[in-house]
Ligand binder design. Structure first.
Ligand code: LLP
Length: 451
């Protein structure tokens, strides 16, 4: 270890001149689903090596219990208010994940017809679904209305007009809220910040009253709420409070203009600890918002995605090739940016830990800095950089925090089949999505025929 290393009270990392050491034991102490037992990594009661033996790699594994724990934490923290937790499907849309949440009573936040079909297929109720997104099409709106959607979160005047038109055609009033853009800095990565006036999302705070008044004039629009979502992976509570203050201001001025709402939707965005982040807890989040919310006499909706599933999941991957070079050591693993794009797209730091603990941690023989990379022909194809690990070909590694925006953002780039997904609970594991076959990747393609 070099003199530049630091280890703070909360930290699970040691930064040396060679690279970053993420202490696997300390990291798993922060993750309810994961633990080392006799040096082997377990999720709940299931050994990750056993999962690999049975289902191969790359493989996403999710803990049912960890998902439900966070969902329960949300409902407990807001128990004093009428509330509805609408899980943001985009974070992880596997039917098994949706089914577990539907059974627990969750509502859902969706952004496409496809997501609504998944929710319904998993046993969710359309009436408990809110439909977000800036580009809803005629078909999206028609399908959602026919199914009895709970609320459209409207993001523009033209969308409002389109919803009214479809509702008229179907002769069925459409429940709506306006998504207000409060122009609040979420202090997160620019790609996942949504509440600034430069972002494409929502209706500017200063225009909202006028748009509500327009909506009130439309024949087939039923105004039911107000909505706002300022970004994702927020670690502080202040931006949420600032956004809430602006939305409350609007609720009051709407009331003064005779427009009464039934719910206020504060979106999602609560961050998680991937490595050393210290996001506010759900309890702290609730404590900051409850006093303001309880004065409103409205049902409160939240749309959490990441915080419910991120730390309930890992991506298991195998070390295929070790390639030490003069300047850098590359560990080429069988997962790649097509499986998990967060590091490449957002420079996200995610922890990579071994399925079997080295005996001496950072001091173990053979610990070296490695770039953990995929086999895709792109320099941006990496899962982690400069991590101090002791590696051998054939080892299994787990990328933690991979339950959110992992599989759902995966692709077939380089004609790679998407990974399998497994859920564990009560000592059992179950395949919840088969690994794609390569044949399936081109099964819908047709050779050109010369006439
Ligand atoms: N509601 C709306 C309208 C949203 O746009 C989002 C996420 C959520 C709720 C859920 O936010 P969460 O609780 O998960 O932060 N792919 C990125 C994150 C994109 C988030 C997009 N919107 C990532 O991997 O970091």
């Amino acid at each position: 270890m070099s003199s530049s290393e630091q280890k703070s009270g909360e930290s699970v990392t040691i930064q040396t001149e060679q690279g970053l050491y993420v202490d696997p034991q300390a990291l798993t102490d922060h993750l309810s689903a994961l633990a080392y037992r006799d040096g082997a990594l377990y999720m709940d009661e299931v050994s990750m090596d056993e999962v690999v033996k049975q289902y191969g790699t790359p493989c996403y594994v999710y803990s049912k219990q960890a998902i439900l724990e966070v969902y329960q934490a949300y409902t407990d923290s807001f128990a004093s208010l009428q509330h509805q937790i609408c899980y943001a499907v985009k974070a992880n849309s596997n039917l098994a994940v949706l089914g577990v949440l539907a059974q627990a009573g969750a509502g859902f936040d969706i952004v496409s017809r496809g997501e609504l079909m998944r929710v319904l297929a998993a046993g969710g109720e359309a009436a408990r679904v809110v439909f977000s997104g800036v580009g809803k099409t005629y078909l999206d709106i028609e399908y959602a209305l026919t199914q009895g959607i709970g609320c459209f979160n409207v993001e523009s005047i033209s969308e409002l007009a389109l919803i009214n038109e479809v509702a008229q055609q179907l002769d069925k009033p459409a429940p709506i809220s306006l998504r207000v853009n409060p122009n609040v800095d979420a202090k997160t990565h620019p790609y996942i910040s949504t509440g600034l006036k430069d972002n494409k999302f929502g209706i500017a705070h200063e225009d909202a009253l006028a748009v509500y008044q327009q909506a009130a004039e439309l024949s087939h629009i039923d105004i039911v709420g107000i909505d706002c979502h300022i970004g994702s992976q927020l670690t502080e509570v202040e931006p949420f409070v600032a956004a809430l203050d602006k939305v409350i201001e609007l609720v009051h001025s709407l009331r003064a203009h005779g427009i009464d709402l039934r719910h206020i939707d504060l979106g999602g965005g609560l961050g998680v600890r991937y490595i050393d982040e210290t996001p506010v807890s759900i309890d702290e989040f609730a404590a900051a918002l409850l006093p303001k919310l309880s004065e409103l006499d409205l049902t409160v909706f939240f749309e959490p995605g990441r915080s419910i599933v991120a730390n309930a999941g890992v991506l298991l991957t195998k070390v295929d090739v070790l390639k030490p070079t003069e300047h850098k050591n590359f560990a080429i693993v069988d997962a790649a940016m097509n499986d998990l794009i967060r590091p490449a797209l957002y420079q996200a730091d995610m922890a990579v830990i071994p399925s079997v603990l080295p005996s001496n941690g950072i001091d173990s023989d053979g610990t070296q800095p490695w770039d953990i990379v995929g086999a895709i022909c792109e320099t941006g194809d990496f899962l982690a950089k400069n991590r101090l690990l002791s590696l051998a070909t054939g080892d299994t590694l787990a990328v933690t925090g991979a339950g959110a925006y992992g599989f759902t953002m995966s692709s077939n780039y380089n004609s790679r089949p998407r990974a399998s997904e497994v859920m564990v609970a009560g000592g059992h594991h179950q395949l919840i999505r088969q690994r794609e076959t390569i044949e399936a990747l081109y099964a819908d393609e047709v050779l050109w025929q010369d006439k």
